[in-house]
Design a protein around this ligand. Structure first.
Ligand code: ZN
Length: 281
C-alpha cells in the first residue's frame, strides 16, 4: 500500500516501484489523499480549470491519475475518505492552507480512520509513505505521513499492522551525481544549487534501506508522467534528467525503513533490493 498526497506524487516518487510490483503480480493499493486542486496548470487551454476560475482541476486530475495508474498497471486506486473529501492545501504558508476542507486542516484521527478502513480490507504487508517532513515540506505530504503512520499504529493494535513501513528518500550520493552531471548543462535543473545542503531533501547513503531497481519499468513511469500533463510539462527537468541519465534515473527509487526488520541486502550499506525482503512469502 502506498499513501500519497496528490495525483502525480505516486508516479514521480514511486512509479517504477509500483509498476515493478504490479507486473510481478503483487497486489498494489494506491491511496491518494487529495485531488490536487491547487496544482499548477501547464496546459494553456486548461488554465481556466484553476481554483480562481472554474475550480475543476481536481476532477480533471482524477482522470489524469486514472490514466497514470493504467500506465503503471495499478488497478486498486482509492482516495482517502472518497474522492473530494480532502482538498489540496497548496504550498506551505499560503492562504489555501486555511481552507476548511484542506487536508492540512483535517483531523489526523479522522483521516487515519479512513485509511484504517482500507487497511482492514487489504491488510498491506508493506506500507510506503513520506518522512515527517513530507519528503520536501509540502503540508499535504506532511499530513499524509501523519495519517499513514497513525493508521498503521491503529492497524497494529488490531493485529494486522504492516510488517514494514518505508519512507521515500533520495540518497545524497545520487543528488551529488546529479549536480555534477548538470553543472555544465544549459538546461540545469539544479541552477543556483551548489551544495546538497541547499536541497529540502537528501538522505545520507548509510540511512537508505532499500534501492528498488525498476529500470525495466522506466517506460511505464514516463508514460504515467505524460498522463499527468497538467503538472509535468514537456519542458520539465524531469524529462531532461531522464534524457541524460536514461532509464536509471527514472527506474531506480530509494527508501528508508521506518518500521519493521530490515531484510538481507547488498553493497556497502546492505541496501535491500526488494521491499518484501525478509518477509515470509
Ligand atoms: Zn504532492
Amino acid at each position: 500500500m502506498l499513501v500519497h498526497a496528490h495525483p502525480d506524487d505516486e508516479t514521480v516518487g514511486t512509479g517504477a516501484t509500483m509498476a515493478l510490483y504490479a507486473a510481478a503480480g503483487v497486489e498494489v493499493t494506491l491511496v491518494t489523499c487529495t485531488l490536487g486542486e491547487e496544482g499548477e496548470i501547464h496546459v494553456p487551454e486548461l488554465e481556466l480549470l484553476g481554483p480562481a476560475e472554474a475550480d475543476q482541476l481536481g476532477g480533471y486530475r482524477l482522470a489524469e491519475l486514472d490514466a497514470a495508474c493504467a500506465a503503471l498497471g495499478i488497478t486498486d486506486r482509492r482516495f482517502l475518505g472518497g474522492a473530494g473529501r480532502y482538498r489540496d492545501s497548496g504550498m506551505m504558508g499560503l492562504e489555501t492552507n486555511k481552507h476548511p476542507r484542506s487536508f492540512w486542516q483535517a483531523d489526523v484521527e479522522e483521516g487515519a480512520g479512513h485509511l484504517l478502513e482500507i487497511m482492514r480490507e487489504v491488510r498491506p504487508q508493506v506500507l510506503v509513505t513520506y518522512d515527517e517532513n513530507g519528503f520536501y515540506g509540502h503540508p499535504d505530504h506532511i499530513q499524509a505521513h501523519r495519517v499513514a503512520m497513525r493508521a498503521a499504529e491503529l492497524a497494529t493494535a488490531e493485529g494486522f499492522g504492516p510488517a514494514k513501513i518505508y519512507w521515500t528518500a533520495m540518497p545524497k550520493s545520487v543528488l551529488e551525481a546529479g549536480i555534477s552531471a548538470f553543472a555544465q548543462s544549459s538546461n540545469n535543473p539544479f541552477e543556483g544549487i551548489e551544495r546538497i545542503e541547499d536541497f529540502p531533501f537528501g538522505t545520507p547513503d548509510e540511512k537508505i534501506a532499500a534501492r528498488i531497481d525498476g529500470t525495466d519499468q522506466h517506460e511505464a513511469k514516463v508514460a504515467a508522467m505524460r498522463a499527468h500533463a497538467t503538472q509535468i510539462p514537456d519542458t520539465s527537468w524531469l524529462y531532461s534528467i531522464a534524457g541524460n541519465f536514461g532509464s536509471e534515473f527514472m527506474g531506480v527509487e530509494y527508501y528508508t525503513l521506518a518500521a519493521g526488520q530490515k531484510g538481507p541486502g547488498d553493497g556497502p550499506y546492505g541496501w535491500e533490493s526488494d521491499l518484501f525482503a525478509g518477509l515470509p512469502v
